[in-house]
Design a protein around this ligand. Structure first.
Ligand SMILES: Cc1cc2nc3c(=O)[nH]c(=O)nc-3n(C[C@H](O)[C@H](O)[C@H](O)COP(=O)(O)OP(=O)(O)OC[C@H]3O[C@@H](n4cnc5c(N)ncnc54)[C@H](O)[C@@H]3O)c2cc1C
Length: 291
């Protein structure tokens, strides 16, 4: 199918884009990998699109004062290949190849993925595990929203009409931190049936000082496995403790949906297995950085 008619704007600056978004009550167009199919299927019918692809100031990666900043229009492929991301945010680097296929990663953007807030998407879970913030702009000014407050429901975010995500800011990881991303999809490149992003920080004695476990595809948005996280604080990340935390992540912490792709019971089992694997790898990496 073809989309219903819409007006189209292609601004060259952020100021112009924000003014058009406000004036035209338009939707931003980033990589178009989710919005254009939705329009073609007539699941979305915006009256106007503001294409962000010529707004140079929205793209790019920088690293200053311990914070890595990724512009909203930075393509998935650019994040995947960037040496600073590999060094400073290895959890993100490890995740990128799981997102769709290379063709889609060459067009899709980090801002588009976060604003779209698909519960099966990898990036919302990862930026929550990384304790990142989103920078949001409108003609009225700029505000920052922590990832934990940004995702408000199924395909829903804290964005107000006329607002754009302009960047994601990721704080430096503390010393003795390890990470891992795991997911299961029927075919590589498909949306995951379940996925999990884990980040653990050890104290000087090697016990778990803090831990983040965030699951995807098990709820309306990224889901923090809070009781599993609490169970690990202050303890050695030994196999028994990891197994218990993973069991909690797959039971008390989630209420996964059943659909044509997987039953709820199967998703719970995947959550257990993947969380155990991710915690085991993250703990080993954190121990290596302790030496
Ligand atoms: C076959 C296929 C498989 C895929 N598999 C996966 C997968 O496994 N995992 C995954 O995570 N994704 C997957 N995707 C989606 C892909 O990652 C998209 O790139 C992403 O969801 C949206 O990014 P985009 O830049 O294309 O955004 P667009 O499609 O342009 O926009 C998406 C939404 O975000 C809004 N938006 C865009 N940019 C901004 C901004 N800066 N500020 C505010 N709102 C904005 C738009 O108005 C729209 O509502 C897949 C897509 C396809 C077609």
């Amino acid at each position: 199918m073809k989309p219903p008619p819409f007006r189209y704007f292609r601004p060259r600056s952020l100021e112009e884009a924000l003014a058009q978004l406000e004036r035209e009550e338009a939707k931003p167009l980033a990589g178009g990998q989710s919005l254009i199919p939705a329009m073609n299927f007539r699941l979305a019918s915006p009256g106007a699109l503001v294409d962000l692809n010529e707004v140079q100031e929205l793209a790019g990666i920088s690293d200053a004062n311990g914070t890595v900043r990724i512009g909203a229009m930075t393509r998935h492929a650019a994040v995947e290949r960037d040496a600073r991301i590999a060094n400073r945010v290895p959890l993100l680097r490890e995740t990128m190849p799981h997102i769709a296929h290379p063709q889609i990663r060459s067009r899709g953007t980090i801002g588009g993925s976060l604003a779209h807030a698909d519960p099966a998407a990898e990036l919302p879970a990862v930026i929550l595990a990384l304790d990142a913030s989103l920078v949001i702009r409108s003609t009225g000014g700029e505000r920052r929203v922590e990832a934990g407050d940004f995702f408000t429901g199924l395909f829903a975010t804290a964005l107000e009409p006329g607002e754009l995500v302009t960047a994601v800011e990721i704080p430096a990881a503390p010393a003795r931190t390890g990470w891992a991303f795991e997911e299961f999809a029927r075919r590589h490149g498909d949306y995951a049936l379940v996925g999990v992003a884990v980040r653990v920080t050890l104290d000087p004695k090697g016990r778990c000082e803090s831990c983040r476990i965030v699951l995807l595809s098990v709820g309306d948005g990224p889901v923090m496995a809070r009781s599993a996280m609490r169970s690990l604080e202050g303890v050695d990340l030994a196999p028994d403790a990891i197994r218990e935390a993973a069991d909690r992540a797959g039971s008390a912490d989630i209420d996964p949906p059943a659909d044509i792709h997987a039953s709820a019971v199967y998703r719970r089992q995947l959550a257990r297995v993947l969380t155990r694997r991710a915690l085991t790898r993250a703990a080993a990496r954190a121990s290596e950085t302790r030496q």
